[in-house]
Design a protein around this ligand. Sequence first.
Ligand code: HSE
Length: 354
Amino acid sequence: MEYRIGLVGCGTVGQGLLEILLKKKEYLREKLDFEAKVVAISDMLKGSLIIPEGIAIERLLRLLGQGKKIGDYLEGKPNDAERMDALEVIEKCDADIIAELTYTDIKTAEPATSHVKKALQTGKHVVTSNKGPAALFYEDLKKLAQENNLFFRIEGTVMSGTPVFNLFENSFAGNTIKQIKGILNGTTNFILTKMEEENMAYEDALKLAQNLGYAEADPTADVEGYDALAKIVILSNVLLGGNLSPSDAKREGITGLSKEKILEAKKKGYRYKLIASTRKENGGIEAGVSPQKLPLSDPLAGVMGANNALTFDLDLLGKVTIQGPGAGRTETGYSILIDMLAIHRQLSKQLIRR
Ligand code: HSE
């Protein structure tokens, strides 16, 4: 089946997705009967383009690699989309699926939430890696999607392409969750690892994380725990059925954690990690983020560098820990592909049932 795709945001994640679509084109078509035709792209800095017949991904990536604008694809021919903002591109293009890949603004969740709404109101499925809409407005957006017979999927918001929501939908189905606990921010885990293992100063480790592209545009979101908080709120609401907003959960980042404290703990066989956790408690949900001293026997203590991990405490399975990348170009691009494939599987099933 062919799907017309619109990309809103064509930075690291958008280009990561395009690279995967190009590299796996044959595989996706032959093994999974999935074909992606990119018909529209809108990026705040790079411009916009709508081509109903499909954009040649290889050529577009080459232009972007040379630092050119998206409109340069048309080699001087008129580009009607050039003066459109993202909302207009979403409305005017004939995409089946919009991939919302703009930067997260965790305080307002904008402009991403408006993009998601516009797509759902104009008959397009949405897949996103943007944490804002999922942390602040998941219930409303999910409802809007359902009312319009559409999908709103958010795999990339937590642990990039390491499956969490898809894992639950499929392989963990039937379990009730007692608790979820884990490491959900790559930047802080990277900083803590460098401080402990290489005796690096906090500032140097943070700079390195920024250079490697793990950190948020404003790294305060990482080091003060806002990013991990958004992710644990998403998990609480989507997997535990909660209705939390970020202000309902406790938050403490790693800026109060000295190297002395980290090395002292190491001597005693413990390791500090920024832990996010959530569980049902007295009819409500208790969620929070804080640095915690873990014994080395805890699987989360062995998670190093920019990796993320989650331990699920499940009624049928007991404790299961998953570990994997939590950020990155290909890794987050992949999360978008998994969700598009999930939509494809659902729509294929509906076709068979008819
Ligand atoms: N800044 C985030 C991190 C990126 O360090 O984990 C992925 O959400």
